[in-house]
Design a binder for this molecule. Structure first.
Ligand SMILES: Cc1cc2nc3c(=O)[nH]c(=O)nc-3n(C[C@H](O)[C@H](O)[C@H](O)COP(=O)(O)OP(=O)(O)OC[C@H]3O[C@@H](n4cnc5c(N)ncnc54)[C@H](O)[C@@H]3O)c2cc1C
Length: 306
């Protein structure tokens, strides 16, 4: 990995680029786990046009990965090759529109979508209060909680493909399933349009407070974690299978299975990406042994081992 070379080549071949490029940037600080290696080059586009220009010009051989707020990510210790894209201010607008709709840029934290909707008297989006990612991550993961998920409230999403073409994709074109989006892996979401329904601001805000209080009680939300590690297999709850396999509190170095919610892994100090991944794989093996069920990672693991 030589980020400075790649950065130099990109600067030379993209004279109209307005966004920022930064070689060998630690991703530790950009993920909830606070673990893992650097991005070979980190790119923060100025806006959608800048992103489209970048993608249309960057050689097809350069790997491109997008990250959101890193609340569902395990970055491996060797870091991520090529360019890691992180959307920022140019994708940070959230506005309520006529017809009980909310339009939000992909970098807007989910909690701000919930709050903007509540303040405009738009109900149905309060579940986003409990998801600590941003809109781009919610679109990719079909983020959901408290009986609702993104596909139920999404009208359409804007996205840029690997060649730099901009698309407006209606929800039906996104192939959504439980914590899954069927859009091609190289699609980068830039904006979402959500549909809510009429509601009373005070009532919605109270609902959001309840969601926040509930989360604090049942999830280790103040820890360095990636949220639910594994998807719930059909007919099962992942945490129950993990508990039955005796994995509550299990550790590998500073990586530990949460005592509070055993589908959460926690970095208790200096866990590496490898510690966290090895712990996750150990849990999967023990669950397979005790219940015959193969857990599927919900957390996205990116990059290369050290
Ligand atoms: C304490 C805690 C509680 C959680 N509770 C929930 C919950 O209740 N429900 C739930 O669904 N999730 C939950 N999560 C997981 C996580 O918050 C969600 O998956 C969230 O949607 C991820 O968003 P993010 O911005 O952090 O994305 P990241 O973690 O940065 O990325 C996740 C995936 O999205 C992709 N991605 C990010 N931005 C874009 C973009 N603009 N375009 C295309 N792809 C993109 C990334 O490539 C990656 O594959 C929780 C996590 C934590 C830490």
């Amino acid at each position: 990995m030589n980020g400075r070379d790649l950065e130099g080549r990109l600067v030379a071949s993209l004279p109209k680029l307005r966004g920022r490029l930064k070689a060998e940037t630690p991703l530790k600080d950009l993920t909830w786990f606070r673990a893992g290696g650097p991005a070979e080059v980190l790119y923060s586009p100025s806006d959608e046009a800048d992103l489209a220009y970048f993608l249309s010009e960057v050689p097809a051989a350069v790997p491109v990965t997008v990250i959101g707020l890193g609340s569902n990510l395990l970055v491996r210790d060797g870091g991520i090759e090529g360019v890691v894209i992180r959307l920022g201010r140019g994708f940070g607008e959230v506005t309520a529109e006529d017809g009980y709709r909310v339009r939000a840029g992909a970098a807007v934290p989910d909690v701000k979508v919930a709050r903007a909707a509540a303040e405009a008297g738009i109900a149905g989006l309060s579940f986003y209060r409990g998801i600590p990612g941003c809109v781009g991550g919610a679109l990719r993961m079909n983020g959901g909680a408290h009986g609702r998920e993104t596909k139920e409230v999404l009208v359409e999403a804007r996205a840029v493909d690997r060649k730099g073409n901009v698309h407006v994709l209606p929800v039906a074109a996104l192939g959504y399933a439980y914590r899954h989006c069927g859009a091609p892996d190289d699609v980068i979401f830039t904006e979402a349009l959500f549909q809510g329904e009429p509601g009373e601001p005070a009532k919605i805000l109270a609902e959001m407070d309840e969601i926040a209080a509930y989360r604090e009680e049942v999830q280790p939300i103040k820890s360095r974690t990636g949220g639910s590690t594994f998807k719930n297999p059909p007919g099962h709850k992942a945490w129950q299978l993990i508990d039955r396999a005796g994995c509550r509190g299990l550790n590998v170095g500073d990586a530990k299975v949460s005592e509070m919610h055993c589908n959460f892994l926690i970095n208790e100090g200096n866990a590496s990406g490898a510690d966290l991944e090895t712990l996750g794989e150990t849990v999967r093996a023990r669950v397979k042994e005790t219940s015959g069920v193969e857990l599927e990672w919900e957390i996205k693991r990116l990059g290369i081992p050290a």
